[in-house]
Design a protein around this ligand. Structure first.
Ligand SMILES: C[S@@+](CC[C@H](N)C(=O)[O-])C[C@H]1O[C@@H](n2cnc3c(N)ncnc32)[C@H](O)[C@@H]1O
Length: 138
């Protein structure tokens, strides 16, 4: 498969993060920073059972990303690396993956914490964090 792939937003992320500069660089640096995920009503049934999980992955479209470069200097580092060896937001497909804490669900609204995402960011998908599948001890 090659060429353009079309995706649609299933919701929007709401946070107090208004600029890239003021937004934490990862959820681990955003502990306690809360936000909401407003899933569009037509997807409500798809959220059934999500409240059983303590954490969820938010997969977002970084709509304010800059032009992608194939090498970047990661935050806090001095040497350039290939963009695919980093979590830089400016990438050929500006997709973000954030593991956030799920505080509670109210209908189509997810209350979350540890959010490194700008206000108004389109949400592409939500997936539960499952420790047995997603953590590695080695
Ligand atoms: C280093 S990225 C990491 C994001 C995610 N945890 C990941 O690993 O894919 C986090 C930074 O992305 C930027 N960012 C967040 N939301 C964005 C958006 N909608 N458009 C462009 N940049 C965004 C902010 O500057 C934030 O500090």
């Amino acid at each position: 498969m090659s060429g353009d792939i079309s995706l649609k937003a299933i919701g929007v992320v709401r946070t107090a993060n208004k600029t890239r500069e003021e937004t934490p660089v990862q959820p681990s640096r955003a502990v306690g920073i809360e936000g909401t995920v407003e899933v569009f009503p037509e997807y409500e049934k798809g959220l059934d059972g999500l409240e059983r999980f303590s954490h969820v992955f938010l997969i977002c479209c970084f709509d304010r990303a800059g032009p992608a470069e194939l090498t970047v200097t990661p935050h806090g580092r001095t040497e350039r690396r290939g963009v695919f060896a980093t979590r830089a937001p400016d990438r050929p497909n500006p997709i973000g993956l954030s593991l956030v804490r799920l505080l509670r669900r109210e209908g189509t609204v997810l209350h979350v914490s540890d959010v490194d995402i700008l206000d108004g960011t389109p949400l592409l998908d939500v997936k539960p964090y499952v420790a047995e599948l997603d953590s590695r001890n080695d």
